[in-house]
Design a protein. Structure first.
Length: 326
């Protein structure tokens, strides 16, 4: 019998991640408390929700005898970098299928360069082919799966963003690290593929709620359906503890409009916490927006999940901040 993998061994994640109270006079005047769940500090190479999503999938891959991980992402994908680092730590080869064939012969950006430094093989495909591949994966197309295996060999396939039922169940563990939740508590996170929100919502105690903030434009209905489907497949039931707010995407994935940048800069100056812009800043921007609209009532305590770290400082960071790529 194959011995189960100890997913904590090579990378030694920092769990539970710390919870920081954020004294904020503007929120306090409106009767709202804010604290940050610093999942970005779990591990420097596989931080935040990426660790929580990957750990159960790594375990499953090794226990099923896989030696290769195959996954998908854009040019600045946090998920691509995390899979590359985790694969290297556990002795698994990794392949990243990257959206955008025009990138194949271009100089590597800092994100893709890091993935290659961890041994990931990158394969660049056209945007239309990328969409078709993801559609086929979601539908379980056997011809597509055979084609992937013929090209890259037998591999454990992780979807874009790493979200599947195992990943959602992994993110549910976050709630166990917040043992004092109850009525009046709202746990907030950014939503790209829905896995983190699904896990949090499924694990909440009676009275607590979850609010996700979509980072994608035009995802109304779609993302809500993805979360509901994860609940159906992973828990066999629906949950009424969550909703997705679609008004704070800033124009779409990778978009950082001036008003969002100004909010993030003010938050960093006041609280000494650097913010990743494409997910975390949008989520906190949304929290403040809901308070201003009166949708987070006095007496609410918000736990905002910091799902990932900011991009590196310097010229490479400014380039990253202007290009989309989930």
């Amino acid at each position: 019998m194959r011995r189960p993998i100890d997913t904590a061994a090579p990378l030694r994640p920092r769990l539970p991640s710390p919870v920081w109270d954020v004294p904020d006079p503007w929120l306090a005047d409106r009767g709202v408390e804010l604290r940050l769940k610093r999942d970005d500090l779990i591990h420097p190479l596989v931080p935040g929700n990426k660790w929580r999503k990957l750990a159960p999938n790594l375990r499953a891959a090794v226990e099923r005898g896989h030696t290769r991980l195959l996954t998908f992402g854009g040019a600045y994908s946090h998920h691509i970098r995390a899979v590359a680092a985790a694969g290297a730590a556990y002795g698994l080869s990794t392949v990243g299928v990257i959206r955008g064939d025009e990138l194949a012969d271009a100089p590597r950006n800092w994100s893709l360069a890091r993935a290659e430094e961890h041994g990931m093989e990158l394969a660049f495909v056209t945007r239309s082919a990328y969409r078709e591949t993801l559609r086929g994966l979601s539908e379980g197309d056997p011809d597509l799966l055979r084609g992937l295996e013929e090209r890259w060999g037998r591999a454990y396939v992780l979807p874009e963003g790493g979200t599947n039922v195992l990943a959602a169940q992994g993110t549910a563990q976050l709630v166990a690290e917040l043992p004092d939740l109850g009525p009046g508590d709202v746990v907030c996170c950014a939503v790209g593929t829905g896995g983190t929100l699904a896990g949090i919502a499924a694990a909440l105690p009676t009275g607590a709620r979850a609010v996700g903030f979509a980072v994608l434009k035009g995802a109304e209905g779609y993302l809500d359906g993805e979360v509901a489907e994860l609940h159906r497949r992973g828990w066999g039931r629906a949950f009424g503890t969550w909703r997705i707010e679609h008004g704070y995407h800033g124009g779409g994935y990778g978009r950082v409009p001036p008003e969002l940048e100004a909010f993030a800069a003010r938050f960093e100056e006041r609280h000494g916490v650097r913010l990743e812009r494409r997910y975390v800043a949008k989520m906190l921007w949304g929290v403040h927006g809901l308070v201003e609209r009166g949708e987070l009532a006095p007496g609410s305590r918000v736990t905002a999940v910091v799902t990932g770290p900011p991009d590196p400082e310097g010229p490479e960071a400014s380039a990253a901040g202007t290009r989309p790529g989930p």
